[in-house]
Design a protein around this ligand. Structure first.
Ligand SMILES: *[C@@H]1O[C@H](CO)[C@@H](O)[C@H](O)[C@H]1NC(C)=O
Ligand SMILES: *[C@@H]1O[C@H](CO)[C@@H](O)[C@H](O)[C@H]1NC(C)=O
Length: 388
């Protein structure tokens, strides 16, 4: 007699589970979103978000397969639960033209969010055409922004053709990006892959990036970052900076690890860039290791004399202090003869620079390194010969 009871019990449990799952799962189509690529689904998406965010227990938002036009969406917290999930099978389409909007999809004040899958198509083509024609264009929209948020996971997202940045992580703590695929043409202006600013404990792993600007860039106040197993190219490489461009007092950049990255045909490889202006700030504790360069124009760069257009900086010197930066096991080919360039500030020389096992070839000639105001040491294989 015990067995039928157990079966019944299991069945009841299953039903209970299914019904609680159903209660806490919100499908955007049930809120009126149409997967036709033409009807604006912003309101249904926001209604599904409001329901999930207002749920006091774990809640799931489902975006089924299909193409959903979303004019603009700000998914705002704080939410009543810290276990929001979003399963996206389909594609979110930005409007095909461009406007004055600087944000497309935004998550703000959210804690405990996991987004699985999804394709975000920023449809930046019209905006790039405006820029390339040298017309006066608006600022451009970042496709995805994670702002003022905590414990966010983005897993397996595809991002294509943003107007400007594909993804921006701002003033957030604990953001993980896994298995992202970021795609924009190599000649699309300012389509950085992921920009991180004023944020800590950011992890970006197992992702590939093809962009018209930096694959990943890190601005002021970025700390405790791990970037690992990345493919970048075409693009402008992985950069810290530009720092020191705006305010006089800037929070520093600290504890950054960039490991196991392949750069292919990029303008730069790994780079630290500061304006040649006397602002305050620092970069401290950076490890670039296990890096492969394939035909990269400037594989290893510290440039503290950034002064585009030679405006407001000529003759000045960067106030950003750079220290404890390690470049280890960097190998492959440089597309220009100077494969390592460490051009530091005359008033704030770089200190504690370490070069270890660098092997960068340049065609059939000897590659070169260039150092200015840089102090540190080198060890292991050194091709080009060290200038430190
Ligand atoms: C540096 O950042 C990593 C995360 O990338 C973190 O695990 C580690 O604890 C940080 N180290 C220090 C000294 O804060
Ligand atoms: C440096 O790399 C070249 C290939 O680009 C390779 O033939 C050479 O053995 C490497 N040198 C060392 C010391 O690892």
């Amino acid at each position: 007699m015990a067995q039928p009871f157990a079966v019944l019990h299991a069945l009841l449990l299953t039903l209970l589970c299914l019904s609680t799952m159903a209660m806490a799962a919100y499908n955007v189509q049930d809120f009126g979103a149409k997967p036709d690529g033409r009807t604006d689904a912003a309101k249904p998406f926001l209604a599904a978000w409001a329901a999930a965010c207002g749920s006091s227990k774990a809640a799931t938002i489902i975006v089924p397969a299909g193409r959903f036009l979303v004019s603009q969406a700000l998914f705002k917290g704080p939410c009543k639960n810290k276990a929001l999930r979003m399963f996206i099978q389909g594609t979110l389409l930005a409007p095909s033209g461009y406007s004055d909007a600087t944000l497309w999809i935004t998550f703000k004040y959210v804690e405990g969010l996991s987004v699985y899958g999804g394709t975000l198509d920023g449809r930046g083509q019209a905006f790039w055409a405006c820029k390339k024609a040298g017309r006066s264009c608006p600022f451009g929209a970042t496709s995805l922004t994670i702002g003022q948020s905590k414990n966010v996971l983005l897993s397996g997202m595809t991002m294509i053709n943003s107007e400007v940045f594909q993804m921006s992580i701002f003033a957030s703590n604990g953001v993980t990006v896994k298995g992202a695929k970021i795609i924009a043409p190599g000649d699309s202006p300012n389509t950085d892959g992921i920009h991180v600013q004023m944020s800590s404990f950011v992890t970006i792993t197992g992702s590939s990036m093809t962009t018209g600007d930096d694959c990943i860039s890190m601005g002021a106040g970025t700390t405790d970052v791990r970037i690992e197993k990345i493919y970048c190219g075409p693009g402008h490489g992985i950069s810290i900076g530009s720092l020191g461009g705006t305010t006089k007092e800037e929070p520093g950049v600290q504890n950054i690890t960039v490991r196991s990255v392949v750069f292919s045909g990029t303008q730069n490889g790994v780079r630290i860039k500061t304006w040649g202006r006397p602002t305050n700030g620092f970069v401290k504790g950076v490890n670039f290791e296990n890096i492969v360069m394939r035909d990269v124009q400037n594989p290893v760069v510290i440039d503290q004399n950034y002064c585009p257009g030679n405006k407001n900086c000529p003759g000045q010197s960067s106030g950003i202090k750079i220290s404890q930066v390690k470049f280890a096991n960097v190998r492959g080919s440089s597309a220009t003869q100077v494969a390592v360039k460490l051009d530091c500030s005359p008033s704030n020389p770089c200190s504690g620079i370490q070069l270890r096992d660098i092997n960068l070839s340049y065609q059939k000639k000897q590659s070169l390194s260039y150092c200015k105001n840089a102090k540190g040491s080198s060890s292991g294989v050194m091709n080009p010969p060290s200038c430190l």
